[in-house]
Design a protein around this ligand. Structure first.
Ligand code: CP
Length: 316
């Protein structure tokens, strides 16, 4: 993976994803040992769209590995306002930085950036398309809860049309196999055909579509809640009509398995009541922490900077 860009998780083999999860666990238990791994490196974060977790966790990851960070949080602070193209911006920034994380509202922007850059580019979310590092956080969280990412019934609930984290997660779980998906959404926000095609192409995965969360929650090992993506709606009335379709609260949690894990990429609006936060099945803040650890693993891997002691720990 050294020197490669990650536009989608198709750019990362399943063996490499498994190794990244192993590295993340190692980093978590060897914080001091890995603190100088990327000490001569510079990460650039180019965020043309709002973010709290993704940008800050990419930056924290590099700082915790001993590197430095440059970048902008908002296109209005960059020369994009003067008409500079993604190609030119990324080409320029790749002369300054060793690795780039970019978020952009347009699908395909990350691919353009990767093709323009002299250093690895990591897609930090491109429109409604993909969000591969969120998926790494999701997989690490499922793995931490169940000791595997296969042989599970995974419910995805909410905005399955515009939720890029949903698309990335489904496509990646299909590569590991043996997952039964329960796709819970209003009819207006169903999973796109190209994502369903990926499930259909898997010999061991299947899906059902549902509209009533209460009717299916008892079957689920994982419930992945999502926010209705206001910023991707063309029509405010449609957003207002659909935004509160699903609200996970204590009453619905009583219908779920005692071992079910609740994930959410965050930010949430109304879709998980605060009363669920203290339920041990709520895994979404653990997921945030896993996001930082997985980004540490990914940055050091793409840069070819070995984690001190990691190779030896695998030999034991
Ligand atoms: N999960 C996620 O992508 O959060 P941000 O939009 O805050 O980065």
């Amino acid at each position: 993976m050294v020197g490669k860009s990650v536009v989608t998780l198709d750019d990362v083999s399943t063996a490499d994803i498994t190794d990244l999860m192993s590295k993340a666990r190692y980093i978590d238990s060897h914080r001091r040992q890995v603190a100088g791994t990327c000490s001569s490196r510079v990460l650039a974060t180019l965020f043309y769209e709002p973010s709290t977790r993704t940008r800050l966790s990419f930056e924290t990851a590099m700082l915790r590995l001993g590197g430095k960070v440059i970048g902008f949080a908002g296109a209005q602070l960059s020369s994009a306002t003067k008409g500079e193209t993604i190609h030119d911006t990324v080409k320029v920034v790749s002369q300054y930085a060793d690795i780039i994380a970019m978020r952009h509202p347009k699908e395909g922007a990350a691919l353009v950036a990767a093709q323009s850059s002299d250093v690895p580019v990591i897609n930090a979310g491109d429109g409604g398309h993909m969000h591969p590092t969120q998926t790494l956080a999701d997989l690490a969280t499922i793995d931490a809860r169940f000791g595997r990412v296969t042989d599970l019934t995974v419910g995805l609930c909410g905005d399955l049309t515009f939720g890029r984290t949903v698309h990335s997660l489904i496509e990646t779980l299909c590569r590991f196999g043996n997952v039964r998906f329960v796709l819970i959404s209003p009819n207006e926000l169903k999973t796109p055909r190209y994502v369903l095609d990926r499930i259909d192409a898997s010999p061991t995965c299947s899906y059902v579509e549902a509209t009533d969360l209460s009717a299916v929650i008892g079957d689920l090992d994982v419930l992945y809640m999502t926010r209705v993506q206001k910023e991707r709606f063309f029509n405010e009335d449609d957003y207002l009509r659909l935004r509160d379709t699903y609200i996970l609260d204590e009453a619905k949690m009583r219908l779920a398995k005692p071992t079910m894990a609740v994930l959410h990429p965050l930010p949430r609006v109304n879709e998980i009541a605060a009363e669920v936060d203290n339920d041990p099945r709520a895994a979404y803040f653990e997921q945030v922490r896993n996001g930082m650890l997985m980004r540490m693993a990914l940055e050091s891997t793409l840069l070819g900077d070995p984690l001190p002691g990691y190779a030896q720990s695998k030999e034991v």
